[in-house]
Design a protein around this ligand. Sequence first.
Ligand code: NAD
Length: 321
Amino acid sequence: MKKKTALVCGAGGFIGGHLVNRLKKEGYWVRGVDIKKHDFEESVADEFVLADLREDASWLKIFDRPFDEVYQLAADMGGAGYIFTGNHDVEVMHNSASINLNALNYGYKVGIKKIFYASSACIYPAYNQTDPNNPKCNEESAYPAEPDSEYGWEKLFSERLYFAYMRNNGMDVRVARFHNIFGPQGTWTGGKEKAPAAMCRKVAEAKKGGEIEIWGDGLQTRSFLYIDECLEGIRRLMNSKDFHGPVNIGSEEMVTINELAEMVMKVAKKKVGLKHIKGPLGVRGRNSDNKLIKKSLGWAPNYPLIKGLEKTYRWIDGQVN
Ligand code: NAD
């Protein structure tokens, strides 16, 4: 049987890199593309193309065949320190929107049938996420829209763009809204890292009995999804007969940031103090709502946060020390 072919955009990044590994294990022929090489491993993609996906010329080069499946994960993104300061709004909006406009424009022209788009929980309205104990993030609650960052607005625009190509041009579009994905081989330093990685790094770097800094009072809530479950969700969504999303791919195990810090300390077997300082925060509470994914894909993530943190801490501790 002929091998299925996949294009993974953002293959040099955290989720894209893991997705290439997964697709290879499933027997796909994979072309990865990114503006940079993967930071932590040699890609196992059959071909890895270095290209700037904002540029038209790049797409003409990488779309030299009609891939069976395209996974569009390339984006200008980062953790709260990158997205919520407001200092990178032009880059975030311009870069990511250009990539998505091109992916669809050139993908349609070359006859791409099936395309996955990685959206985000950041599209959900700020007004539903003010109570840390009771955030509302079910898929229908996205409108009336009021994301709390330009990153979220770009994601929402792009979701709509993908579905417009489905309605008008007949492309088979699949959209997932990821909720804080974490795991080994993710950015852990440099300003674009997210909370679990930052916490693991801080604890790994701290002396026993020392102190780590936490942005805000640490009572803001979030859920975090281990990378393997994210990949499982992506593949199930792509394989589903006729479910297009948008659908949450996230964990429903909600914790405060202080609790996250305690869990990392437990895993590290190291007790440190928490020093709360001013910093960019995002919404007060956020959690995945998994009713739709259960109903539509007959599956939902259930891997315990502590287990994912064990694996992630071990990897980050190895990077630090
Ligand atoms: P990442 O930053 O590790 O990966 C994104 C990749 O896109 C990077 O390797 C980057 O170099 C590449 N890229 C950026 N601009 C490019 C350009 N002009 N041309 C080519 N490549 C370019 O991020 P990730 O965590 O792997 O996220 C993957 C996708 O999932 C992104 O679209 C992100 O917005 C979305 N997402 C991630 C999370 C999460 O928690 N990690 C949550 C919600 C949504």
